[in-house]
Design a protein around this ligand. Sequence first.
Ligand SMILES: [Zn+2]
Length: 72
Amino acid sequence: MPGTSNSQVYCPDCNEKLQKCLIQQNYAIIICPSLTCGYPFNQRDILDNLTYVDDNDVLKVAKKRLSTRSKP
Ligand SMILES: [Zn+2]
């Protein structure tokens, strides 16, 4: 089936929920938030975890951050 690349949600190493970490304006890398795990930096094919982020998604996240920050 085409589509749904980067659909991995949980870390294959420690089962922690993976997070998208924006490294450039339109690129994010899927990382494991666990400090003791180090995924995906322990992988050989780390570029598989690089994912393009649409401008709209960036804006959505930015707006979300702003709105959550302004709430007490
Ligand atoms: Zn992990």
